[in-house]
Design a protein. Sequence first.
Length: 62
Amino acid sequence: MPTIEPGRDLIKKYLKENSISISKLASAYGIPKQDVTDYLSGRIKAPKGNRFILKVIRDFNL
């Protein structure tokens, strides 16, 4: 099974370069900030987290 790690890194880099906070990203998707933090750090590797990572990549054309 492929890893989602490169996607997490891509999102974190994009957020930093564009001064977008995790709070703002969480708010935009209507999910708790802690969930976004866990998804981006890799603490939660459930399918739900992977779907979120892939959705952000698609939505931001990363």
